[in-house]
Write a protein that binds this ligand. Sequence first.
Ligand code: OKP
Ligand code: ZN
Length: 342
Amino acid sequence: MKIIHTPRHLGHSGHVELNNGQIVPAFEKPERVAMILDAIGARGLGPLIEPTVHGLDPLLAVHDPAYVRFLAQAWELWTAEGRETPALPSFWRAPGMRFIEPDAIDGKLGHFSFDAGCCIVAGTWDAVQAGADAALTGVDLLSGGERAAFALCRPPGHHAHAGTMGGYCFINNAAVAAQSLRDRGAARVAILDVDYHHGNGTQAIFYERGDVLVCNIHADPRQEFPYFLGYADETGAGAGEGFNANFPLPWGTDYEGWSAALEAACGRVNAFAPDALIVSLGVDTYKHDPISQFRLDSPDYLRIGRRIAALGLPTLFVMEGGYAVEAIGVNVANTLEGFETA
Ligand code: OKP
Ligand code: ZN
């Protein structure tokens, strides 16, 4: 399958994050992509292609205009204050405070985020747009009749809400791709999010819609980030009632427990009979992931790929998380190879 990649992701790097009360180098780093490219090349997967530019309209189809404007201007506003280090939010509203976009960049950073996981540097917005373009180029391929494609997006996207960044995510690439498929005539699109963390942004964007089914297999938010969304009783609302399915699993879950949830999620996808499938592909379910607590092993990703292929749907894989850099390439390549050899 075609793999959509551009080195423009490299502009987003050099970040720190708060982990266990310490400021540490960011886990979401450029080496992740290098390792995936190495493994894909060694495995003979591909070919690699560059994304084509799709502009802001498909982003604005799922994101708030004020948020997109903020992302485009944030670095300029931050450096106008004389700062040269990465921009990072550290102030948020409590319930009862006003939902308002302040003038000051520190206020805007808090208004448009839900954690301190999203540093902004000079190249962030370009990298983020390139990632969305990769997902949209994947939509082009599916619309042109290809069975599958892999958008090698970095940074990831599934935590980003319509108007909020968080969890390393700025633009929700999977949501942008799903909406684009709808706009090009797909009546129903399913999103299967297999990242270790709940895709809160994707869920929220489609929560009241019945045309996009969102299924999430993830660590129980009682124990794990993002903590405040991703519970099993979140089933959709309004026209979207019954079109959101969460499969929260406890820390320590191995492939046996995880694959039972995958089976249930695949049942939901089948029953929905979508025209296309988007897989939010995180491999932070891996047993040695430095910030995660599941116990999947590298060969398990071959089986995951095969199971997804058995759905028999046009499938766009969109890269999300995975922080064990020494294994991220093998785990992604295994998923794609499992899919292709099914
Ligand atoms: C993004 B994706 C570790 C605490 C958790 C946020 C994790 C975001 C994961 N510093 N921080 O879903 O892989
Ligand atoms: Zn994750």
